[in-house]
Design a protein around this ligand. Structure first.
Ligand SMILES: NC(=O)C1=CN([C@@H]2O[C@H](COP(=O)(O)OP(=O)(O)OC[C@H]3O[C@@H](n4cnc5c(N)ncnc54)[C@H](OP(=O)(O)O)[C@@H]3O)[C@@H](O)[C@H]2O)C=CC1
Ligand SMILES: O=C(O)CCCC(=O)O
Length: 495
């Protein structure tokens, strides 16, 4: 049993565990002196208090960002790239410590947390490379004397609000493109998981990111910080990952300033298994897509549609695989599945299962709170799930695999698309025509074909419909942090 009573004792570099926030280049307490506690969801013990900041500290961070951004943008792409590359190297060098901090505050198993650190760092690496490629355009003039060029310039100061489920990667894939193109950045991480963000900011400082270019505001009053981002005229863009409900609030709040918005919101991912699929591969893909991060990702399979001919065999194999997951404290060896983030999340999972069972579904595996207590929950498989059940329309965000039975392709596509969401979707099939047809028919920003894991820094991550606006990652990931400027020059005759 590891001694986690003091997280700092588990770290090779204990200075990465911070209890101050980074505002305008200084590590400080809240003006009021108030703090709030960050706790370990696996054990319930308090890891450390952090400053409970308000609009005033946020405004100071924005002021500093506004000033610092000018010099940062004036550097060459190559100079910014070198600093980001150093930041990437430091994230890799400190990956174990960053992963321990992440597991302690969020709960995901250490190996998965380490995977997230590498994933987060990959965005810093990718965008350090893109910093040198912020290309413009030349357009043939519309009149003989006219020369037209298009340049792309940083939007300026960016505010970010991110959730607890990926405390490192969700910030990394926003701050990296922002800094790469010359923006300055003020981050507000989730109240549950600010420690990963603070550790990242310390490493950014060590890498040479200048004072004021990257601030991290810790606060238990997220709505107040959100208002400052939306109402302060020095902030030109807000980037958010979280629930669709909060995304709508922020879009409304930002409307008065007509600010640029990137939204990565909720999902309700369909995962379809056709009769011709490789069943074992489909089970493996479902396990990754459904139980990764204990079901707490916006791209997790939420509705699993299985064609009638393979339904029973698939359900049996999936239940067997789910029963093998090792639930426990993510810092213990061999654990594959941590706790849920909080009691509210457990209530939601229980509500979805109870509703499904009351309407006729059967629990094939799991179904209950785990004997470990706290917010641990048994990985669950439900059969006989139908469209009148809550799980059909609402993201469970937990370890519940609801299996729907379907007969034909048109019917399952209609069911898969019958949602306000459009983030990730998945299907398993071997028929090439079907693969093409179904990929085109799914109304989603991302489609995984014969794979349950689609996330990578090299591809554009994002949704359609009410799952969001904009894309993160890939060469497109910088677009939202840039403004286009068109310059028209009239060339006078030499004489
Ligand atoms: N797309 C995704 O990746 C995610 C989707 N979700 C979905 O949302 C559900 C609820 O999860 P939850 O964590 O409550 O998600 P929220 O959308 O409430 O929280 C995400 C982030 O937004 C902040 N926030 C909350 N309310 C406001 C506000 N009014 N103004 C500004 N910022 C705000 C939170 O801060 P703080 O935590 O400090 O309150 C957090 O940093 C989940 O069950 C899941 O369905 C959740 C997380 C991620
Ligand atoms: O849950 C999210 O918000 C993002 C999922 C992480 C990823 O796969 O990139």
């Amino acid at each position: 049993m590891l001694d986690q009573t003091n997280l700092a004792n588990l770290l090779e570099d204990p200075s990465l565990l911070l209890d101050k926030a980074l505002v305008a280049g200084e590590w400080v307490a809240a003006d009021s002196g108030k703090t709030f506690d960050v706790s370990n969801p696996a054990r319930g013990d308090i890891l450390t208090p952090v400053p409970d900041m308000s609009r005033a500290e946020t405004a100071r961070a924005i002021d500093a960002a506004y000033v610092a951004q000018k010099d940062w943008a004036a550097k060459t792409g190559k100079e910014r790239a070198a600093i980001l590359r150093k930041w990437y190297d430091l994230m890799i060098a400190n990956a174990d410590d960053l992963a321990r901090i992440l597991t302690a505050e969020m709960g995901k198993p250490f190996a998965e947390a380490r995977g997230e650190i590498l994933y987060g760092a990959s965005f810093v690496e990718w965008f350090s490379e893109e910093a040198k490629r912020v290309y413009g355009e030349t357009i043939p003039g519309h009149q003989p004397d006219k020369r037209i060029t298009v340049i792309r310039q940083p939007v300026g100061v960016v505010g970010s609000i991110t959730p607890w489920n990926f405390p490192n990667a969700m910030i990394a894939r926003k701050v990296a493109p922002a800094l790469a193109v010359g923006c300055a950045f003020v981050a507000k991480p989730a109240g549950e998981t600010p420690l990963s963000a603070l550790a990242m900011a310390l490493l950014a400082e060590r890498a040479g990111v200048p004072k004021g270019v990257f601030s991290v505001i810790t606060s238990a009053s997220s709505s107040e910080i959100g208002k400052e981002f939306c109402e302060n005229p020095k902030v030109r863009k807000l980037t958010f990952t979280g629930s669709t409900e909060v995304g709508r609030i922020l879009l409304r709040q930002g409307a008065d300033q007509v600010m640029k918005m990137s939204m990565e919101l909720g999902g309700n991912a369909p995962f379809i298994v056709f009769d011709d699929a490789d069943l074992d591969a489909a089970v493996e893909g479902t396990m990754i897509s459904k139980y990764r991060n204990n079901g707490q990702t916006c791209v997790c399979a939420n509705r699993i549609y299985v064609q009638a001919g393979v339904y029973d065999a698939f359900a049996e194999k999936l239940a067997k695989a789910a029963a093998k997951l090792q639930v426990g404290d993510g810092l213990e060896d061999g654990v594959t599945t941590g706790p849920l983030i909080n009691a509210k999340a457990v209530d939601k999972v229980e509500e979805h299962i109870a509703d499904a069972v009351a309407k006729g579904a059967k629990v094939l595996s799991g179904g209950k709170r785990h004997e470990l207590g706290g917010t641990f929950f048994q990985p669950t498989v439900l059969t006989g799930v139908t469209s009148d059940m809550m799980v059909t329309h609402d993201e469970t965000f937990g370890p519940v695999a609801p299996l729907f039975k379907f007969e034909d392709e048109d019917d399952v596509i209609a069911q898969a698309n019958d949602t306000i969401y459009g983030l990730a979707s998945y299907f398993y099939a071997r028929d090439l025509s079907r693969v093409t047809r179904v990929s085109e028919a799914l109304e989603y920003g991302m489609v995984g074909v014969n794979t349950g894991l689609i996330s990578t820094e090299v591809a554009p991550f994002g949704g359609v419909k009410q799952s969001g606006l904009g894309r993160e990652g890939s060469s497109h990931g910088i677009d939202d942090y840039l403004e286009m400027k068109y310059i028209c020059v009239s060339v006078q005759d030499a004489g």
